[in-house]
Write a protein that binds this ligand. Structure first.
Ligand code: PGA
Length: 254
């Protein structure tokens, strides 16, 4: 089912058990939008509780450690998030890269851990503003992906998702232009095709992220090679998040 639009909520460091009612509302609404694959990645502390609420939506984690177990105080392994109910993990988000010094080699190690633990992965990439202004965004993003992704895949690409999130668009209300999104997603697709072959590249959805809202979702999701959205702020309310899923479903019907 990897061709359905994929709308993923990244709750970041937001949410206590009081948010479970929001997760329930998202899950019930998702049952009406079967043409769209809806998922949320709550903080670690809520994965199991959201998983127990969820009948329709996928539940994921926002990070995992590259190791299997051992003396890593405060860390969480891919097996642990899987055990809690996560079916995927977001890796290499720019906030992890910036706040925790994660480089692409670390992202790749975490990706191997996730795949070995039987969960899927969303690999994030995206350029800072000065790189975009200098005209080097495409090179920067493809370099990140080259180092964050394995040389080959064991499957047809369905376990992997890529999320393009220009850093200057995250949480700022600013969005890349449709032309820039189209150019970047086209370049990412071409890279994936060259690396993994056409069949796998078609199985790998490429999400856009960065200030996606109900008001701009339709325009963004209609761009070629945009297979869905990674949504931060607007995923914290079931209402705005499901309006983004609704937009994805309507485009799918056209
Ligand atoms: P935002 O976050 O939608 O709040 O900009 C997106 C993300 O960082 O995944």
């Amino acid at each position: 089912m990897s061709n359905r639009p994929y709308i993923v909520g990244n709750w970041k460091m937001n949410g206590t058990r009081a948010m479970l009612s929001e997760a329930r509302t998202i899950d019930r609404a998702a049952q009406r939008y079967m043409k769209v694959e809806v998922a949320v990645a709550p903080p670690f502390t809520l994965i199991h509780a959201v998983h127990k609420e969820a009948e329709q939506i996928g539940v994921g984690a926002q990070d995992c450690h590259p190791g299997e177990d051992g003396a890593h105080t405060g860390d969480i392994s891919a097996t642990m998030v899987s055990d809690a109910g996560a079916k995927f993990v977001i890796l290499g988000h720019s906030e992890r890269r910036q706040n925790h010094g994660e480089d692409s080699a670390m992202v790749l190690a975490k990706l191997h851990a996730a795949l070995n633990a039987g969960i899927n992965a969303i690999i994030c990439c995206g350029e800072p503003e000065d790189v975009r202004v200098a005209g080097d965004a495409e090179k920067y993003v493809l370099d990140q992906l080259r180092a964050s992704l394995p040389e080959k895949l064991d499957d047809a690409g369905e376990r992997l998702t890529v999320a393009y999130e220009p850093i200057w668009a995250i949480g700022t209300g600013r969005v890349a232009t449709v032309e820039d999104i189209e150019a970047m997603h086209g370049a990412i697709y071409a890279f994936l095709k060259a690396r993994f072959g056409e069949e796998a590249a078609q199985g790998i959805r490429i999400l856009y992220g960065g200030s996606v809202k109900p008001e701009n979702a339709r325009e963004i999701l209609a761009v070629p090679h945009v297979g869905g959205a990674l949504v931060g702020g607007a995923s914290l309310s079931a209402d705005s998040f499901m309006n983004i899923a609704l937009a994805a479903g309507e485009i799918e019907e056209q």
